[in-house]
Design a protein around this ligand. Structure first.
Ligand code: 4AD
Ligand code: MG
Length: 452
């Protein structure tokens, strides 16, 4: 039978069952009588030990080459592994010149180095672990929402709205093509989506609780360690919700429940990441998971920041958005526990945020979750469900015409509702302690870089 390395390692029957495995050689060690190989196929962090007769011609059995091995699965005499494969037949499928291969045997390559080899870094232990965790976390998020009764929605990537109003869009030609404009395909300007929120709002008006989890795009000219031009966002929208409290509860549960699933489903991969990339991260994560997240208002946050303004490049000021340095300070000041910041000034938030009608300071029911090491991880809030409020806000931004359909949602069976978006790469950074966002996505896109 053909087995994955993972299944071979976990096999119950080790009394010489004949099996076949395929994978890439991770190490070659030759001794007097025997030749030891380690073969990995990405199904687990651990590789399978292959024991072969040293009389075998081993010239082609180099680090990095792909092989197929048939043999008997036996209990290993060594304590370092439970099972090993006693090779009867080894076939090299694809050679690898180990000297020329950018990934070197036994070398601990820095993440910066690996970033320059996006087509090979997935064959290292550390990126292997990160990407398996990414896959596991994706499944955990889907299962969390499924278990909570949410309907999964695929929101479109090509869109005609700029829901965040910041103009940070990748624009397609009106023709629908990137180059040669011939004829109008869409008749309206269309963009790569920055968020599925407005489409989710449509769907929450029928399914009550919905979520989406897909790629989003931002033409932000930022080279920071927490921005990408293409990133994955988890977004949820919930009808009949009329308090930020309820939204924050879902956010906290989503974060904690999925992190626990990841920890219990791939403990070895998480341990490797914590050890290799971020010593101490295990404790920091536990600290986040066992404490209740904190809540402060934007106004309180600005007060706290003003007390410490000598620490900052940007002077904190009411009415101005929080900077990364401010977010990081707030989290630290809150004992490295994630903190919700609520009720932001109306003037710095998009048109859809629900008006708090609170007098001269005029805030909206927005919520951001700030987390250690990353800063903003979630952004969301209650949506303005009252037609006349929304009409006024849209008119002020000159958007009334394009958002008639959005106003319609308030005209025909409107309900209080709210939602949020979570940057999936930032979530992985936060859980694993990965400093640079480019290391938690298989193929990062950012200004001046679109390798592969
Ligand atoms: O705060 P944002 O812009 O919120 C929205 O787009 C809302 N429409 C979401 C909603 O309510 N449905 O983005 C949400 C999250 C941020 O908190 C951040 O974690 C992540 O998306 N994010 C980015 N991640 C990587 N690279 C970028 N350029 C990002 N921009 C936002
Ligand atoms: Mg935001």
């Amino acid at each position: 039978a053909k087995l994955s390395v993972r299944d071979a390692l976990g096999a119950e029957n080790t009394s010489g069952e004949r099996i076949k495995v395929q994978g890439w050689i991770r190490s070659v060690r030759s001794q007097k009588e025997v030749l030891f190989l380690h073969v990995n196929d990405g199904s687990s962090l651990e590789s399978l030990q292959i024991v072969a007769d040293s009389s075998l011609d081993s010239r082609e059995l180099t680090f990095g080459s792909s092989v197929e091995i048939q043999g008997q699965l036996i209990k290993s005499p060594s304590k370092r592994q439970n099972v090993e494969l006693k090779a009867e037949k080894i076939k090299v499928i694809g050679n690898c010149d180990a000297k020329a291969f950018p990934i070197k045997y036994k070398e601990r390559h820095p993440l910066e180095y690996l970033r320059q080899h996006p087509h090979f870094r997935c064959r290292t232990n550390v990126l292997g672990s990160i990407l398996r965790i990414r896959s596991e976390a994706t499944a955990a998020i889907h299962s969390f929402f499924k278990d909570s009764g949410f309907v999964h929605i695929h929101t479109p990537i090509i869109t005609s709205n700029d829901s965040e109003g910041a103009g940070e869009l990748f624009q397609l030609e009106p023709s629908g093509k990137l180059k040669v404009p011939e004829k109008n395909f869409f008749n309206v300007p269309a963009f790569l989506t920055v968020s599925g929120q407005l489409h989710l709002e449509v769907m929450s008006g029928a399914f009550t609780q919905v979520f989406t989890f897909g790629p989003t795009f931002r033409a932000e000219n930022s080279q920071s360690r927490r921005h990408l031009a293409e990133f994955y966002m988890v977004e949820a929208e919930i009808s009949f919700v009329d308090s930020l409290q309820d939204l924050m509860q879902v956010i906290e549960e989503l974060f904690k429940a999925t992190a626990m699933m990841v920890l219990s489903n791939c403990p070895e991969d998480v341990e490797l990441c914590h050890k290799f990339i971020a010593p101490g991260q295990k404790d920091r994560l536990e600290h986040m998971l066992k404490n209740n997240f904190l809540i402060i208002s934007y106004t309180e946050a600005v007060e706290m920041l003003k007390q410490a303004s000598q620490n900052f490049t940007f002077t904190p000021e009411w009415g101005v958005d929080l900077q990364t340095e401010h977010e990081k300070y707030l989290v630290k000041h809150c004992g490295n526990i994630p903190v919700f910041v609520i009720n932001y000034p109306l003037a710095i938030k998009p048109f859809y945020m629900r008006d708090n009608e609170d007098g001269p300071q005029h805030t909206v029911a927005a919520v951001d979750l700030l987390v250690p090491g990353v800063g903003e991880l979630f952004g969301g809030g209650l949506r303005e469900e009252r037609c006349h409020f929304l009409e006024e806000r849209l008119a002020r931004s000159g958007l009334t015409e394009v958002y008639q359909w959005y106003l319609d949602l308030r005209r025909f069976g409107s309900v209080p509702h709210g939602g949020f978006g979570m940057g999936f790469e930032r979530y992985l950074q936060c859980i694993l302690g990965v400093d640079n966002i480019k290391d938690v996505i298989p193929f990062p896109r950012f200004p001046h870089s679109c390798l592969l």
